[in-house]
Design a protein around this ligand. Structure first.
Ligand SMILES: *[C@@H]1O[C@H](CO)[C@@H](O)[C@H](O)[C@H]1NC(C)=O
Ligand SMILES: *[C@@H]1O[C@H](CO)[C@@H](O)[C@H](O)[C@H]1NC(C)=O
Ligand SMILES: *[C@@H]1O[C@H](CO)[C@@H](O)[C@H](O)[C@H]1NC(C)=O
Ligand SMILES: *[C@@H]1O[C@H](CO)[C@@H](O)[C@H](O)[C@H]1NC(C)=O
Ligand SMILES: *[C@@H]1O[C@H](CO)[C@@H](O)[C@H](O)[C@H]1NC(C)=O
Ligand SMILES: *[C@@H]1O[C@H](CO)[C@@H](O)[C@H](O)[C@H]1NC(C)=O
Length: 502
């Protein structure tokens, strides 16, 4: 039984709803997006060509490679107008390109794997800086950290360090860039043990909006270090960074995937609430992913409930924790013990999984504390109703649930980073791949699903994981209600003469 396709998960290096955009005080240097100067690849070639290192590619829309080069994971957040693509061959090229853009009033968009999908990206016009060739991974001699270049993605990092006997906290999807999710906090299967990805930043090499390259760490630009651990997409391009690594402990993870029919919905969510309490997911149970989806071999009209648990340790220990789920009669149940990179395959988050293919997604998402059983039933019923109206949407429609263990993320000093959601525990989202004529239908479905989740937590303020932000959420829900925004805004106007992108 296939798990069904996880078609989302953490996002790539990209620019997010810029903090400055809703600031009541518009700084004098503020440039609107539409004044980004028009530029051609020929012009860039002649201005910069000799300054950039050998192997760097500069091309525009007339090049055969352009269509691929402007591809994104969510084809609904395509930049409006990429005029030139620059695939840099060396880290040092990034500062040169950014300085050139700064001096010539050209906006730029850093690209690693293209998963960022907020609607602010679709307004972009200017130069795309493709970091994908920057893929060096160098484990340091003391085996305490690795130097990762800005274009690496989870799959590369996981394979390289695992073979060396180590693990690095990464996002859970193999195809997604490393730094994109990390700069927004960085959730992942190891966070219960080692904290968020950004909690494991040792030192970052950053290019600021004016092309100046700086080091950002606890003692050098420490304010920026705080900011870049949670709101990092707003402050610069990370060309490389030292990240903590840990010796791998067990050689295998235990996984257990279940498929349940909808009559078990209440039983399943009661069991999940009991299992995970409020932020009490057992530390080694790195993640449990769930989804509602139509699996046509089971039913074309009634979504099933699919759940996948992953435990960093032996089967016997995991199965003891999973006893309540084993007691719920399932349509199918599969389990096994696999290496960490194989775990991505069995949880369908590996680089070849459907979750990595480009689709025109419409979606919504929020954080939850626990599952409100009534709301879950309402969302489930809505899902079947909407599919009945537009059966063609079934293959690309999902409600997703991500429950990461969070002991260490909770224990880490909240003031050590700008990441605002250490006390949020369940990341839930809806996504449906939608043709243009059904966009209004899908938008309304996404909004309704979100409204039900929100109504299910009376009295709680909206909370949004920046890496999943759609772009329409209040900035406080993304960056925090506890004074983070004023501090981020002040910092942004201090360290930048121009915003990167709004
Ligand atoms: C575009 O990408 C596809 C799929 O990876 C590849 O087969 C094709 O050769 C690429 N086209 C160009 C012009 O690079
Ligand atoms: C980025 O560069 C890589 C490496 O050259 C290339 O394979 C990829 O297609 C490019 N992607 C984009 C979106 O520019
Ligand atoms: C680092 O790890 C490698 C490979 O496991 C090992 O050969 C080397 O001795 C380790 N170095 C230190 C300082 O622990
Ligand atoms: C922080 O950056 C400074 C300046 O580059 C450097 O001297 C120092 O070693 C860095 N600290 C760490 C922990 O990497
Ligand atoms: C569950 O959601 C409903 C709204 O659908 C709300 O009235 C109820 O208070 C929620 N229950 C809890 C325990 O928050
Ligand atoms: C770039 O901006 C930084 C932060 O404001 C500043 O310290 C630096 O001097 C600027 N560099 C140039 C070349 O203007």
């Amino acid at each position: 039984m296939s798990l069904g396709a996880y078609k989302l998960l953490a996002l790539g290096l990209a620019l997010f709803p810029a903090i400055i955009s809703s600031s009541p005080i518009i700084p004098h240097y503020f440039r609107a997006i539409d004044v980004s100067r028009a530029i051609t690849s020929k012009q860039v070639e002649s201005d910069l060509g000799t300054a950039l290192s050998q192997g760097t590619l500069i091309f525009g829309p007339s090049n055969r490679a352009f269509a691929n080069a402007t591809e994104r994971w969510n084809t609904r957040s395509m930049p409006a107008d990429i005029q030139v693509v620059i695939e840099v061959a060396q880290e040092s090229d990034v500062a040169k390109v950014v300085k050139y853009c700064y001096q010539n009033s050209i906006d730029f968009l850093a690209y690693a794997r293209g998963h960022g999908s907020t609607n602010t990206i679709s307004k972009f016009r200017g130069i795309e800086i493709n970091l994908s060739k920057l893929t060096e991974i160098t484990i340091q001699h003391d085996n305490k950290s690795a130097l990762l270049q800005g274009g690496v993605y989870a799959d590369l990092v996981i394979k390289k360090t695992w073979d060396h006997g180590y693990i690095v906290p990464t996002g859970s999807n193999g195809c997604v860039g490393f730094f994109g999710p990390a700069l927004g906090g960085g959730l992942g299967r190891y966070q219960g043990q080692y904290g968020l990805i950004s909690d494991n930043f040792v030192s970052l090499n950053v290019v600021l909006a004016n092309g100046t390259a700086i080091t950002v760490n606890a003692t050098s630009n420490s304010d920026l270090f705080w900011a870049m651990k949670g709101a990092g997409h707003n402050f610069g391009i990370v060309t490389s960074g030292y990240i903590k690594i840990y010796p791998k402990k067990p050689n295998t993870w235990h996984y257990h995937n279940y498929v349940w029919s909808q009559d078990k919905l209440e039983t399943v969510f009661v069991a999940l609430n009991k299992f995970q309490g409020t932020g009490q997911i057992p530390t080694l149970m790195g993640v449990n992913f769930g989804q509602f989806s139509i699996e046509p071999q089971i039913s074309k009209t009634e979504a099933v409930i699919i759940w996948s648990f992953a435990y960093d340790g032996p089967a016997a220990d995991a199965e003891e924790l999973l006893a309540p789920f084993n007691a719920i009669p399932a349509i199918s149940s599969t389990k096994g013990d696999v290496s960490y990179s194989e775990l991505l395959v069995v949880q369908q988050t590996d680089i070849n999984s459907a979750s990595c293919s480009s689709q025109p997604y419409v979606g919504s998402n929020t954080w939850l504390q626990t599952y409100n059983i009534t709301s879950q039933r309402e969302i489930y019923n809505l899902f079947n109703q909407q599919i009945a109206q537009n059966p063609g949407l079934a293959p690309g429609a999902r409600v997703f649930f991500e429950g990461y263990s969070s002991k260490t993320t909770q224990l880490i000093d909240h003031s050590s980073s700008s990441y605002p959601h250490r006390d949020e525990y369940l990341l839930v989202f809806f996504a449906v791949a939608t043709p243009p004529d059904l966009e209004t239908f899908s938008r309304s479905w996404a909004d309704k699903t979100l409204a039900i989740w929100r109504a299910g937590q009376p009295g709680r303020r909206p909370a949004t994981y920046v890496n999943y932000a759609v772009g329409s959420e209040p900035l406080e829900s993304i960056y925090g209600y506890d004074g983070q925004l004023p501090r981020l805004r002040a910092l942004k106007s201090n360290v930048h003469e121009a915003p990167l992108y709004t």
